[in-house]
Design a protein around this ligand. Sequence first.
Ligand SMILES: [Zn+2]
Length: 275
Amino acid sequence: MPELPEVETVRRGLAPHMTSRVVREVCVRVPALRWPIPADLSECIRGERVHQVRRRGKYLLFEFSSGWMVIHLGMSGSLRWVDAQIPVRKHDHLDLVFDHGLLRLHDPRRFGAVLWHDRIAGPVEAHPLLARLGLEPLSTPAEQIGQRLYAGTRDRRSSIKAVLLAGDLVVGAGNIYACESLYRAQIHPATRGGRISLSRCQRLAVAVRDTLSDALARGGTTLKDFVGSDGASGYFQIDALVYGREGQACRRCAGTIRRVVQQQRASFYCPGCQH
Ligand SMILES: [Zn+2]
């Protein structure tokens, strides 16, 4: 599943191709994604210029004069910038055709989404899918994220791992990155959110930022895989400190990494140094 660093890498790869360029054609092959691709998408954006390509959480926001095309990659989606003569493959559901190439959405499992948010409906941040998203980890100071984590968990009974996965305080810490961040912050994933002190929340905020920044820095080298024309769409292979390392030695204390299941998701942690 593409996570926030992958989506940010896609954004950085696509923006130079699309910014200030005009959409000439919209080709919808399979509208049935998580929600149907809007039947009037072509009417909304054909002949219109892309002003900018932004990101909020894992949503890509393509801004036009009349509104925003919002894309989520779901479980298996990928977006590539390709030459017009590249043949269509199975599961290539949508093309946006420009003069100098095209944007192609590929999604075998079809959990992704292509939505339209008209400017009449207000800023795109007010879209129901975006309105409740937490702080952006890469562009918000760690101190502010730490304060939000602290204030937002005082009355919460759920585990800190569940708090991170919920994404309403800070976005971007999906299952793997949540495990990695908690390991770096030396916080046990099952600790109740409301029991974590402000200083530990601050440490966790730094850990989330560092984990995602590191993944983004590594992913930068695989940028071509996301937007090139070679058909590759692999997601980042992170060099995990704790995720997937059950039974192996902790790199900090040499204790043994354990695996537990929380909310049907695997958590990996070191009982020696995460409390
Ligand atoms: Zn350890």
